[in-house]
Design a protein around this ligand. Structure first.
Ligand SMILES: Nc1nc2c(ncn2[C@@H]2O[C@H](COP(=O)(O)OP(=O)(O)OP(=O)(O)O)[C@@H](O)[C@H]2O)c(=O)[nH]1
Ligand SMILES: [Mg+2]
Length: 425
């Protein structure tokens, strides 16, 4: 896409000195680009806190108006979440729609959502965000951008109170409707989860900042160990390529299996409405036996990205789980790869030796509770024999007159289950 197809925008931010401001502004630029915008100018102000009515101070707002005129920017994008009146007051002066960080992330999510559940979750978050902002110019813009009709089709600018009240009621009805549909979707998702849990395989989740390479790694693993190769997941060089959790089963050469899930990428200051929306999507991560944190090792912001990931995990209620850190994209750095230091590895997703190392680390972590034992299973217990053939790593089978003798490596749980058949060597 060349620049002429992109919407020219101005990024604005308040440096309150409280967090890594430069990183946040860089991220805002990346988010803007992910939303088909071209950042033509960035304007910041140092203030200990936002001005209640207008975010920026009066003089700075006037200056912003001039910059809008000079650059021909069509939208102003603020680094923070603004109050509805801040948006409205700013719009009055700068005379173009003002979008805040939350609105921007919502617009990206709305464009990326694929599955019905993700679409509904984003729709709900968007409606909740729009509710108090129905009278802003940006509200209409968000509707146009996301191509949905929610709350659209009416003129909000200068609309009378009665009209706004009517719109509010429409949006409330839509919220109720989406909530209801989500409940239905959730029921079938719960059934799927329960089916998976019954299988009792170790659950490994890829997590981390958006664009780190989670889906690429997932696909490399599926290619080698997937049960059916065509089920690849989407990889794209853009923020939030993955909005849904996809779960795949992997089986290694010794027939040990695990479930691997790919998850939505994180970004700093993820709006609360979206954190809520994605809790169920991140269920897999919350219930994992092992987290694989993927980090873009080539990014100068990797330290901040890692703390963002850590913070988000806490926010969505993921407990302290065993974690392996994968410094990916080492091919774009001067570092040697693959290499390992304890639970941290340096890799490049497309490098086969890197994937070998990753698999080795994962196997060490999730299969550590395996034991090798010899079972003698009576012939009438054919189901136990087929279970072991299916779920355990069978090393030897011998047909004796009093049953089938199987030497196999099994999980602790399976060992206890079939302990009655264990025989001494
Ligand atoms: N050079 C290089 N590029 C990589 C590597 N791994 C992934 N990429 C590229 O990085 C981009 C993002 O990869 P994805 O796998 O989609 O990233 P993700 O973490 O799933 O991103 P989200 O789904 O947005 O959270 C793609 O263009 C990949 O081709 C790597 O090891 N080296
Ligand atoms: Mg992805």
């Amino acid at each position: 896409m060349d620049n002429s197809e992109l919407v020219p925008v101005i990024n604005i931010g308040l440096n309150t000195g409280r967090y890594n401001f430069d990183y946040a502004m860089e991220e805002l630029k990346a988010l803007s680009e992910a939303n088909h915008m071209n950042v033509v100018e960035t304007t910041v102000q140092n203030l200990s806190q936002p001005v209640a009515g207008t975010y920026f101070g009066t003089g700075k707002v006037e200056e912003l108006r001039d910059i809008v005129v000079d650059t021909g920017a069509e939208i102003v994008v603020a680094n923070d979440e603004l109050t509805p009146s801040q948006i409205r007051n700013l719009e009055k002066v700068v005379k173009v729609p003002v979008m805040d960080r939350t609105g921007l992330i919502l617009a990206i999510f709305a464009n990326r959502a694929q599955s019905r559940e993700a679409k509904l979750q984003v729709e709900l978050a968007k409606l909740q965000y729009q509710m108090p902002r129905l009278h802003t110019a940006m509200n209409q813009r968000l509707d146009q951008q996301t191509g949905t009709s929610a709350g659209g089709g009416f003129t909000n600018r200068g609309a009378g109170e009665a009209q706004i009240e009517l719109n509010r009621r429409t949006v409330q009805r839509q919220i109720n409707h989406v909530r209801h549909e989500l409940k239905e979707v959730d029921k079938s998702a719960t059934v799927k989860r329960q089916q998976r849990e019954r299988v009792q395989l170790p659950n490994v989740a890829l997590i981390g900042y958006t664009n780190a390479g989670k889906s690429t790694i997932m696909n490399e693993l599926i290619k080698r160990y997937g049960m059916n190769e065509d089920k690849q997941v989407m990889v794209k060089n853009m923020l939030f390529a993955t909005l849904d959790t996809s779960v795949r089963q992997l089986q290694f050469d010794d027939s040990k299996k695990l479930l691997l899930s790919d998850t939505v990428g994180f970004v700093s200051q993820l709006p609360t409405t979206l954190v809520e929306a994605f809790k169920s999507t991140l269920y897999e991560a919350a219930n994992a036996d092992l987290l694989i944190q993927v980090v873009d090792y080539s990014s100068p912001n990797r330290i901040d990205m890692m703390s963002t990931t850590k913070k988000t995990l806490t926010e969505i209620g993921v407990p302290d789980l065993p974690m392996v850190t994968v410094y990916n994209k080492a091919d774009l750095t001067d570092n040697d790869y693959p290499s390992r230091a304890g639970d941290e590895i340096v890799v490049s997703a497309k490098d086969p030796a890197s994937i070998d190392l990753l698999v080795q680390v994962i196997r060490e972590k999730v299969f550590k509770n395996y034991v090798t034992a010899t079972f003698l299973i009576p012939f009438e217990k054919g189901d136990v024999v087929s279970y072991l053939n299916e779920h355990a790593s069978v090393k030897a089978t011998d047909y004796l007159e009093n049953g089938t003798k199987i030497e196999a490596e099994v999980t602790n749980v399976d060992y206890q289950r079939f302990e009655q058949y264990v025989v001494e060597e």
